[in-house]
Design a protein around this ligand. Structure first.
Ligand code: 5GP
Length: 245
């Protein structure tokens, strides 16, 4: 199989809390650079997780490849270096898509339920991706009325998000990881991907809750958010189970 040639790295397009996007000499490709910076509670808490960028790039590469092999269209093209991934350029749909299998985090607060309760079926939630508003929860009607996405796009997002959930559970369970919940972002493609929605962003312990299957120990960014210690160790443990098993 011929590999896409590596385009030249260009100017910085966008810098987020955990990643930087660079344009490239190919107008339809970008380079996603993973930083060590960690933020929580809409950047009110800031810190660094040593080597997080390297670890997350490795984890996201394995998980995007898994999804691609199973027919989920993602922005992943290939890993370029320790911290860099070549991706299809997207216009991000401003909706954070959360899938939940087990009660935790904001669902626990909203419903007054203890963390750890297994849901009878997965729940899909939408949040408006707006830092200045603290990403408020929205439903399909908000998304449609405020033109965040079309009905066809919402149907695609719903279907793909549940499919990603099933594929990740199947992959993570034998590796001793419970997939509690996770956040996805989708975007509209350009060039040969025009007219298509692709899964974007990243799938890493920054945006997923991963609990140890035997002990329910948290192995994700909640260790940073809640000052639980062993942050780097937990990221490396997830990396070991996902990338080496
Ligand atoms: P919760 O709504 O319980 O805070 O988060 C649900 C899931 O979505 C968690 O796995 C959490 O990591 C992820 N998530 C929600 N919002 C964000 C966000 O703005 N950034 C990141 N990295 N993850 C998020």
């Amino acid at each position: 199989m011929t590999q896409t040639p590596v385009p030249e790295k260009g100017a910085k397009l966008y810098e987020g809390k955990a990643k930087i996007l660079y344009e490239t000499s190919d107008p339809d490709l970008v380079i996603q650079y993973f930083k060590d910076d960690a933020t929580a509670f809409n950047a009110q808490k800031k810190g660094t997780i040593v080597e997080k960028g390297i670890v997350n790039n490795r984890i996201a590469t394995v998980l995007f490849q898994l999804l691609e092999e199973n027919g989920v269209k993602t922005h992943f093209v290939r890993k370029l270096s320790d911290r860099e991934m070549l991706c299809h350029k997207l216009t991000i749909v401003p909706i954070e898509v959360v899938v939940r299998n087990i009660v935790a985090g904001s669902l626990s607060k909203r419903m007054g339920l203890p963390e750890g309760e297994v849901l009878p079926r997965p729940i899909l939630e939408f949040y408006y991706k707006r830092d200045d508003l603290d990403d408020p929860p929205i439903n399909d009607d908000h998304a449609l009325v405020f033109n965040l996405a079309t009905a066809e796009e919402l149907a695609h997002i719903r279907r793909e998000a549940f499919r990603v959930n099933e594929l990740l559970i199947k992959f993570l369970d034998p590796r001793g990881i419970r997939l509690v919940d996770f956040k996805l972002e989708f975007g509209r493609g350009t060039g040969k991907n025009a007219g298509q929605l692709l899964l974007g962003d990243e799938i890493t312990p920054d945006g997923c809750r991963f609990w140890d299957k035997a002990t329910n120990e948290k192995l994700d960014k909640d260790r940073f958010r809640r000052d639980l210690g062993k942050i780097e160790e937990s990221y490396h443990e997830v990396e070991r189970r996902i990338c080496e098993a």
